[in-house]
Design a protein around this ligand. Sequence first.
Ligand code: FAD
Length: 332
Amino acid sequence: MSLEEYKGVWVFLEHRDGQIVPVSLELLGAGRQLADKRGVPLAGILIGDRVRPLCETAFQYGADQVYLYDDPIFADYRTESYMRAVIACVQKHKPETILYGATSTGKDLASAVATDLETGLTADTTMLDVEQETGLLQASRPAFGGNIMATILCKKHRPQMATVRPKVMKALPPDPERRGEIIAESLPLREQDIRTKVLKIIRETQSKVRLDEADIIVAGGKGLGSKEGFQLMHRFAEAIGATVGASRDAVEAGWIDHAHQVGQTGVTVTPKIYFAIGISGAIQHLVGMQNSGLIIAINKDPQAPIFQSCHYGIVGDAFEIVPLLIEAFQSA
Ligand code: FAD
């Protein structure tokens, strides 16, 4: 394999309910920068059924081209059919780099494609750049429990691939005038060639917590002492229109569902305001919220590590301070 043959940056365009998902739009923003640094085009790869209109969205957000597989066989995401489409497209057009959102679909697809193509994949990337001398993709991610940032290069194989966490890259403002080229692709794939079948899609009826999209998060930790104590977080969140987050210890104590957990094994969040209440500030928690716009910590221990990582800190008992804040907001 000659590495020089591989050119261009691609973004896998994941879609749901007729829309490109936000992380793919963010990746078009990040991919645009990488492509401009390398002086190559930015392409999207779009797979689905009746998805052609989404190409326009991809162009508006920065893509120059879209490789399009539009066929009823791709109506539902299935690892086998989607990976075959990506692999066929890679073998034909030879991209240097492919980025995927670190979603369930993106992680599943990227790992299957990487295995089949015997190329490298950096998972859960939080920073992307291009190495100046070599032009190699630099994909960085927290490692060793968030204590270091590891920068990973894929030197000997192509394409260089990475999954990227939602909300860490920025989408470009859409330009409605921007146009691009649709490159229609097809695959001689029959239903009997695919070993899996989607029998039924059962949608979650419960409203799902969208921590990663929240503007304000009120996160509570073990310092709240009990499930009843944790109710204070719900009251505070309601008073200020926030979403409730939690440390892992609060989740493990059974005070709140895992969907609310912030951190290394929870969700990465970047709200405008993050309240950390009764949370000590362990590194595994910090990696999930340290890019928040404004971090306000409330902790009764002045030595708590969270005070090294916040913009404003209040030393005191959460059960005295939070009710005062609720009262102040309610009377404002
Ligand atoms: P503690 O560390 O017990 O801190 C409680 C704090 O509350 C203390 O600072 C105390 O001073 C304060 N406090 C007590 N009473 C009050 C009061 N009345 N008012 C105000 N303050 C009070 N953790 C996560 O959060 N997210 C993760 O995703 C995550 N992933 C992990 C992955 C791995 C592999 C490992 C090993 C650990 C992970 N952890 C994670 C756990 C992490 O290391 C910490 O154990 C956890 O974050 C601590 O939670 P906490 O701050 O709520 O509890």
